[in-house]
Ligand binder design. Sequence first.
Ligand code: ARG
Length: 569
Amino acid sequence: MSIDITKRLSKALAPALGISEEKLYPLIETPPEAGFGDFAVPCFLFAREYKKNPAQIASGFRDLLLKKADNILMIRTAEARGPYLNIFVNKAFIVREVIRDLFPGTKNNLRKTGNGKTVIVDFSSPNIAKPFGIGHLRSTVIGSSLCKIFTFLGYRVIGINHLGDWGTQFGKLITAFKKWGNEQDLKNDPIKYLLGLYVRFHSEAGELPDLESEARNWFYRLENNDDEAYRLWEKFRALSIKEFKKIYTRLGVEFDNYTGESFYSSMLEKTISNLISAGITEESEGALVVKLDEDLPPALLKKSDEATLYMTRDIAAAVYRHEKFDFDLALYVVGSPQTLHFRQLFKVLGKMGLGWSENCYHIPFGHIRFEESAMSTRKGNVVFLEDVLDKATTLALSIINDKNPGLENKEKVAQEVGIGSIIFNDLKNNRIKDITFEWKDALNFNGETGPYLQYTHARINSLLKKYKNTHGPVEFSDDLTFSDEGYQVAVLINSFEDSVLRASSEFEPSIISRYLLELASDFNSYYNTHRVITDDKLLSLSRALLVYGVKSVLKTGLELLGLTAVEKM
Ligand code: ARG
């Protein structure tokens, strides 16, 4: 659903000016000021060929165009301004073309972009037995949106939850559970209970140095398939995943695989022997490492106590994923504190001679901070995501009760709007920026928020309900039915595909967020100054079609970000 306006313009202008389309197309630019027209052609390039100065050429072009302007539907008039030929387009014509292209329905011309390519998105990846923090929320929301964007573009997308479900901390947990734990408390509130045990382990380990060696021993047993260790670990894992899934369901997030770190434990020996036979490992203070370039510290594969590490598991995971999925692109959506880890990882893969390591990207994001006071419902400095989601829903419900108390399905809408506010807040800015979460900002129905976009969508929906005939034949009133505001909206609708493509190539969902905010705001100025349903049938139809275009783009855009395009609110 997009047309290349510049291309059409060059096609229309080229014969009149006596130059080739190929030459003209790349020259066309947008003038710096509205008074200078909608498009401009700088004439410097023709000076040598025509043996005239650029200003003379611009006037010559203008005369040629004006002579034929009546036959060029796209053009209203032209002016020469210094060395520039300024073009004023026939806006109604362009609006019509844009809208015509939108029909039938919302066809997706971008499906072919992916062309059979495979993208792996490693995202969310919380740690078992620890609360799902708001840092993991960012990864979840950004990663899930990237999955949706690439799927929309026709890629095969594999979303992987690389759970932190292996490592020395499980030795500590098992130790603590065996000493102080009981099954009943564990079942009641598994994650908080396990977190409590973990905290207790650390506070007691100061006085009881044996705890640490016991924990190392338990992890050793776990890595060597000891029955009891494995059983306990498996229980912690299953209970944690069950809790995480509650959150994923609320956020509308899905994964293709829950292959966490433990999944690779059986491959670690082979991974290490491959690294050794590639001749890139060294012993250093009893540990096994890969030395990297001067600016990177060595990658640690195995500690002196023989325990394998996060890095080793990531190496094994990358190799496995490449073998299994033959990916064209692998994205790791992980906060910026792990930048060094991923630089090391990709370097090690490169040193192993794996050329595809060039297609692996770390997609970092900034830190999120919550207003402390608002979240003091539970003690401790961890912000529990569930509390955040509950509070967002409650706030959304109270706003709805205020604005539209008679709304049906209020609870459901409140969920969609509350969750939408949290998701959008996370995707609104460049992902690398740190953000501070403020309730009053996230839920402001008139601010740069998810609820504002959802509300705009719902308003258009009810407007179009009143106007039944949107699916009729695409005919337009011949008068100049579209003002500057209408043109603005149409041009923006037309650039939606471009914003999706840029979001995918920069791995930056915020490009779509910003786009939608601009669209909603341009639509709102249009709507404030134009009545859609008038006495003139054809005029109403034309305007309703433009508005329908806004709605369909808003809906697709919201869904790509992971928000529900609410129909009524
Ligand atoms: N579990 C890790 C953490 O919470 C994130 C894992 C990211 N993915 C990866 N392949 N290393 O810090």
